[in-house]
Structure formats: C-alpha cells, structure tokens
Design a protein around this ligand. Structure first.
Ligand SMILES: NC(=O)c1ccc[n+]([C@@H]2O[C@H](COP(=O)([O-])OP(=O)(O)OC[C@H]3O[C@@H](n4cnc5c(N)ncnc54)[C@H](OP(=O)(O)O)[C@@H]3O)[C@@H](O)[C@H]2O)c1
Length: 326
C-alpha cells in the first residue's frame, strides 16, 4: 500500500514522504479499513513538526488521526459481518505508528464507526478530532439544554462542530470570529449570534447583549487572548473549557475568577474518559442519521501532496483540509 511516513520530526517538506509498505493485517479485536479520505487536523502537524512536547514513540510514523473508508477485513474476535461497512475512524495514530494518511489502516474495532447512509467519506473524515473534542467541551458537565453557550472561533473545525452540537442539544449559541467570511460559516453551522472580530473592545458587550445574565459555558480555543472577554461574558458559576494551547501560557486573574465562582476546565480528546468518547460517538452518529451535521467546505490534496496538506493546516486554512487516498 501507499502510505505517508516520517522518521523524525521537522518541517513537512523535509520529513514527510510517501512510501510503499506491506498491507497491514488485523490482529485480534482489530479491523482493517481501506481508507478513501484522511482528515488533517492541527494535532497532525504539531506531532510531525515536534511542536507537541512528546518525543516520537515509534521509529516510523504515518500521520493522521481521522479518516473514512470501507472496512475490508476483521481479526479474531470481531464480527465478520462488519466486512463491507462504510466507517469513519478516530484516534488512529494515537499510541500507534499507523495513521490515516495511507491506503489501509488497522485499528481496534470500536474505533471504526459505522457511517449512516448518505454521509460521504469527505464529511466522515472530518468527524473524529473536531466533533469528539467539541462534544466533550460541551457536555463534560452534563446537559446544556436551555443554556447560553459562547463558542470562540466558530469557523474553526472544533468551533464549528461545537456550534452544531450545541444547537442540537438545545443551547443558545453565540460565537466569535475574525472576519465576515468566517461569520458566514458560523451562521451556516446554526449560531444564533456572531461577534465579528473578537479583538474589538465592544466584543464582550455584544456577548452580554445576547445573554444579559452572562453565558453559562465558554468553549475556548485561545484562553490567554480571550480571558478578559471571557470574564466579562461569563455568568456567575459559569465554566470556561479550554482545548487549545497558545504560544505562552496565560497569567490567571485569580480574584475575578474566585469572586464569581467561575470554573476553568481543560480537555484533551485523546485522554478523555472512555465513557465520554463512547457517548460522543453515539451522539455524533445520531446527529448524522438525523442529517443535522454540516461539513465545513473542504480543501482537497492528493496523498502525494501530504506535505502541502499539513502546511495548509499549519497556516490556519479556512475549511477542512482532507487528503484523498489513491
Ligand atoms: N485538546 C484537544 O483535544 C484538541 C482537539 C482538537 C484541536 N485542538 C487544538 O485546538 C486548536 C484548534 O483546532 P481546530 O482543528 O479547530 O483548528 P482550526 O480549524 O484551524 O480553527 C481554529 C480557529 O480558531 C480561531 N481563533 C484563533 N484565535 C482566536 C481567538 N483569540 N478567538 C476566537 N477564535 C480564534 C481561528 O480563526 P482566526 O485566527 O481567524 O480567528 C480558527 O478559525 C488547535 O490548536 C488544535 O491543536 C485540541
């Protein structure tokens, strides 16, 4: 099979190459997927570049956590009736040398999720990291029906997924974006209100106009940059849940956080509780069946241009970067 690999961390063009590898065989409890589309996320370039503060775990790594294709073989202890299923996969390269930037992938059976009819592989390859992260950020503390939620960065992959899942769960959603074009993507996801340009001093007031008592929950992509806005926007007892790192860690204004009994939470999708991931898979599948999830516009790259795909995500491309597998 053809697969992208890197053997050391570094810039995309220096370390990524496409090679021929033997087709993998599923072991006990595993399935094999003939991948058609691989979704590229920031986590992929962060690991490949060395930005993630963790050394490479394997001598050779295929990048890509997310992807979609047809399940074409099963190992011992897996229902052979699954062969032929259309599936999306998650956490493919977490703790494993294999990833979705390859024609075939072997992974534990429960990480290959049946895809409802009518959902194409392109959309399916954008589900794993963005939607599972968004799901946990929204529901880590229980239902949000009737809550006011602020999603920072509503045109980003996670932010856009968070708007969609929050609306489906009965929340009122306001989001912040940097430009009118991004505002349109956030509105298409179902945001009730959009603050264009979160850098303006009026941004916090606009959130307060939407939710005069303050929002109960903030799904945060840039804690340090947005902390002042978040403190103004949050209702007493509210929660900021942060899923991304910035270049520098923020200094925490302890007294305002304390005074309003605010909660600061952090989440990493890889190490989220297994029950939470199962619930995310369940809810995402239900939402797909209902036709409630809308993909971001996608930017396609062939496998041979995997380095360009990584660079696009690294530059902050608008939309979902996907790699089409030969
Ligand atoms: N903890 C986890 O498990 C987890 C899971 C997924 C992703 N992540 C991390 O989360 C980050 C985002 O991932 P993604 O896939 O959503 O990336 P993405 O698709 O590139 O989206 C990031 C969005 O954030 C916006 N943004 C940046 N600064 C902002 C600010 N101060 N206020 C509001 N919006 C802001 C960006 O737009 P503008 O710059 O135009 O505002 C962009 O739309 C990455 O750093 C990624 O590594 C972590």
């Amino acid at each position: 099979m053809q697969a992208a690999v890197y053997e050391r961390t570094g810039p995309a063009r220096e370390v990524l190459r496409v090679v021929e590898l033997p087709d993998p065989e599923p072991g006990p409890g595993e399935v094999r997927v003939r991948l058609r589309v691989s979704g590229v996320n920031p986590t992929d370039w962060r690991s490949r570049s060395g930005d993630t503060p963790r050394p490479m775990a394997f001598p050779r790594q295929t990048p890509g956590q997310d992807g979609a294709g047809e399940l074409d073989a099963v190992g011992a202890d897996v229902d052979a009736g699954r062969v032929g299923e259309r599936v999306w996969v998650f956490h493919a390269a977490f703790g494993r040398p294999t990833g979705t930037a390859a024609q075939y992938l072997v992974l534990p059976a429960d990480q290959a999720v049946p895809l409802p009819p009518g959902v194409d592989f392109q959309q399916a390859a954008g589900l794993g990291i963005p939607f599972m992260t968004a799901h946990r950020c929204l529901f880590a503390d229980g239902p949000i029906d009737g809550h006011d939620v602020l999603v920072a960065g509503g045109a980003g992959a996670v932010g856009n997924a968070a708007i969609q899942l929050a609306k489906r769960a009965g929340a009122r959603v306001i989001t912040t974006v940097s430009s009118p074009a991004k505002a349109e993507l956030a509105r298409q996801a179902g945001a009730d209100a959009v603050v264009v340009d979160y850098r303006r001093p009026e941004a916090a007031r606009e959130v307060r106009e939407f939710a005069p008592g303050g929002v109960q929950r903030i799904v945060e992509v840039a804690l340090g940059t947005n902390l002042a806005l978040d403190l103004e926007a949050l209702a007493p007892g509210g929660t900021i849940i942060t899923y991304a790192r910035e270049t520098a860690d923020p200094a925490l204004p302890v007294y305002p956080l304390m005074f309003n009994n605010l909660r600061l939470e952090f989440m990493l999708v890889y190490t989220a509780p297994p029950d939470a991931l199962r619930l995310a898979v369940h809810d995402i599948t239900k939402a797909l069946r209902a036709g409630d999830l809308r993909p971001l516009p996608s930017l396609h790259f062939p496998l041979a241009e995997i380095a360009a795909a990584h660079e696009a995500v690294e530059r902050g491309a608008v939309g979902k970067v996907v790699v089409d597998l030969p």
